[in-house]
Design a protein around this ligand. Sequence first.
Ligand SMILES: [Zn+2]
Length: 96
Amino acid sequence: MKKKSAALQALQDENTVHSSKCSAYGCPMWGSVAHETRPPYHMWCPVHFFCAPERTQAVTAELNKHLGLIDEIRKARHGLRDDRALLNQLFKLCDV
Ligand SMILES: [Zn+2]
């Protein structure tokens, strides 16, 4: 069995702690944005929130290639540092 990368483990721990995973199946990011204005909310990561619905799976596959960058975003957020440049990089990589 393949060993999980430290970045993936950190992201899964993050999702466990906040229990708000992105609603896209298999997405390694946390959910932070909802389309709905009333419960039940489906939380999406910002990349899936802005991607075209037909590109959801392609975006998930791309996000899973950039776990290190996602971990950097998580660390920036925890450190209350500006993560916009990192997030913009992720949007470009996912063509969103
Ligand atoms: Zn997502």
